[in-house]
Design a protein. Structure first.
Length: 334
């Protein structure tokens, strides 16, 4: 039998289109450790403990998801775009608010802030598309690096051209989408919006996503439990992840009630809910466990144990998230 760290995950065929296909178990575990640290840092930050991201709501998520579907973007782009949009809007609004607070006084301050709010609402479609643009570029850039590693420059020029043509959302494409939706923006305005997102995010536009966690976890679980239908499991997991994003507020309110036996009431409750809402790894394991329950109930406990072992997340926490998500979907279907 091969040593653990020499096992190639390429044998997990059903996810052969995944970015992680062909990557060794050692590399996957290393990457899992990296994104786990990123996730912990995001959960523990002061801002995430105290502020609920109101910009990741059903309307904005639906807009981004439908746009990415229309453009035939890969799954990682839409989840990345949602996270980037949420983070950008929080920082952008905070910067604008602080500017008004410092530069205006009394009634002028209130009037100026109302004008800014009105302008912000009109700019939401443009900002969302700018985030999709950047997410598509990050995705294509990563795929280029991955291809360099796995294919060793094989047909490099052709592959680069194809990736750029297929995966990147260009300013002209953005302009057409906005025109179709009834918004008039020049190409320079669209480029300026993309730059605004970049500058506001201090040019750090890579976002940790639940999708990345799910893909890596499925590859690792699939190598340990070869009887799993990973193709079906992955497909169902993405459907459940979509629901989790679209109904995020309701999902986490239900989860909070399940674990505390009361609704959100105090500031401490709000801080706790905001922190849990930023824990993308908890969301990922909950979605994975729920998808297993839906596709192969007999293996559900075994998968949950594997998830607990891989991430040191308590089995009870995984089960709580999974059962809350399934209950939410069931209540909507009833």
């Amino acid at each position: 039998m091969a040593q653990k760290h020499d096992v190639s995950i390429a044998k997990v065929g059903p996810l052969s289109n995944s970015d992680w296909c062909g990557v060794t178990e050692e590399s996957l575990l290393e990457q899992l450790g990296n994104i786990t640290r990123e996730n912990k840092k995001a959960v523990d930050t002061k801002e995430t403990r105290t502020v609920k991201n109101l910009f990741i709501n059903e309307t904005s998520v639906q807009y981004i998801f439908l746009t990415c579907e229309l453009l035939k973007m890969p799954p990682d782009v839409k989840y990345h775009a949602v996270e980037l949009f949420g983070q950008f809007m929080l920082k952008h609004v905070e910067e604008l608010y602080q500017h008004v607070k410092v530069s205006e006084e009394g009634s002028d301050r209130k009037e100026e802030w109302q004008k800014i709010q009105s302008k912000l609402k009109k700019q939401v479609p443009l900002r969302a598309l700018s985030c999709i643009q950047l997410a598509s570029k990050v995705s294509s850039h990563y795929k280029i690096l991955l291809l360099l590693t796995l294919l060793m420059l094989l047909l490099l020029v052709l592959l680069l051209l194809l990736i750029l043509l297929l995966l990147i959302l260009t300013p002209r494409m953005v302009r057409k989408l906005l025109l179709d939706a009834g918004y008039q923006y020049s190409l320079s305005g669209i480029v300026s919006s993309e730059l605004r997102v970049l500058k506001t995010m201090n040019y750090h536009v890579y976002c940790n996503t639940a999708h990345i966690h799910i893909e890596i976890l499925l590859h690792l679980i699939g190598s340990a439990i070869t009887s799993l239908d990973l193709a079906m499991l992955y497909k169902v997991a993405l459907k459940l992840l979509d629901v989790a994003y679209l109904k995020k507020a309701e999902l986490y309110e239900r989860l909070f009630f399940l674990t505390t036996n009361h609704t959100v009431q105090s500031r401490a409750d709000c801080e706790n809910l905001a922190s849990v809402g930023r824990d993308l790894q908890l969301l990922a394991v909950g979605v994975t466990a729920a998808a297993t329950y839906v596709t192969n109930n007999r293996q559900s406990d075994k998968i949950t144990e594997q998830l607990e072992k891989l991430l040191s997340i308590r089995k009870e926490d995984i089960t709580d998230m999974a059962s809350t998500l399934i209950t939410l979907i069931s209540s909507r279907a009833a």
